[in-house]
Design a protein around this ligand. Structure first.
Ligand code: ADP
Length: 263
């Protein structure tokens, strides 16, 4: 009877042990699955522009009797895809470093309104070409302590999107103001907007609202996931309000107290 009890005890603790080990492994399995999916998605995204470049090069190689126009079109389109690959690889590197906790913030004091002004000045030629105006309400004096290069990258992502998804003759409103100890930054456009069912996913990696439209725009689907990481690493939050064909407003809150850890 005692032997039976001992065996039952061993079996029970084995089952409990296996159960606990399995539970402990679930997060590891999940993060492994996430990593595998990330690599698969990244490879898929790289394959598309590479296939386009290959097609153009093969055309030039196999049909040597092409005209100058055909040749320059093939080169132009290939260059466009190379730019896309470059952007993709640099975004992928950022996210890989985020995932391995290698991206730490370097904090200094700077006026975020000035950075937003600088970024909007950089985008002004593109905006003018598209017939888009900037309307700015910026506090360019008050200082914020954070990673200036990352905050600049964040503003670039939001302005780049606002311009990409806005038609001619519209205005992009930029706001940067201090609210108590926090900074509120808002980028608001009068563009195509985001479908209600897409809104919960726009900050996900590789997510694109309308795949065909956005691929032609050269997007990678990684911008907003990087933006979200930057904001959360500063202890802040980012929200979007949008309605289709009316426009989108991205609102960021950067608090003074920072956790400075990856969320
Ligand atoms: P992408 O490189 O495709 O722009 P993002 O991660 O920056 O990737 O954005 C994800 C998706 O969110 C986009 O594909 C687009 O559908 C939607 N989106 C982002 N910003 C805007 C905006 N200002 N207006 C409309 N849609 C937007």
């Amino acid at each position: 009877l005692m032997v039976g009890g001992i065996i039952t005890g061993i079996i029970l603790s084995l089952v409990a042990g296996l159960f606990l080990a399995n539970r402990a492994l679930i997060p590891i399995q999940r993060s492994w699955d996430k990593q595998t999916r990330f690599v698969a998605d990244a490879s898929h995204e790289l394959r598309t522009p590479l296939a386009v470049i290959q097609a153009h090069l093969e055309l030039l190689f196999r049909h040597p009797t092409h005209t100058i126009e055909e040749e320059s079109e093939a080169v132009y389109k290939s260059l466009h895809e190379v730019t896309r690959i470059n952007k993709l690889v640099s975004d992928l590197l950022t996210l890989a470093r985020v995932d391995s906790d290698q991206l730490l913030l370097e904090r200094t004091e700077f006026p975020p309104g000035k950075i937003l002004e600088f970024v909007s000045d950089q985008f002004t030629p593109v905006a003018e070409m598209k017939g888009i105006r900037f309307q700015k309400t910026l506090d360019t004096h008050n200082l914020y302590k954070g990673d200036q290069a990352r905050i600049q990258q964040l503003f670039m992502i939001l302005l780049d999107n606002a311009l990409k998804y806005s038609p001619a003759d519209t205005t992009i409103h930029l706001l940067c103001e201090k609210e108590g100890e926090a900074f509120i930054v808002q980028v608001s456009d009068e563009g195509v907007g985001i479908k209600e069912e897409d809104i919960p996913f726009v900050f996900d990696r590789f997510y694109r609202g309308d795949k065909a439209r956005n691929r032609s725009q050269g997007g990678t689907g990684l911008g907003l996931s990087i933006a979200k990481w930057i904001v959360e690493a500063h202890g802040g939050d980012i929200k979007v309000k949008s309605s289709e064909n009316k426009g989108s407003t991205f609102t960021i809150r950067l608090p003074k107290k920072q956790t400075l850890t990856k969320s």
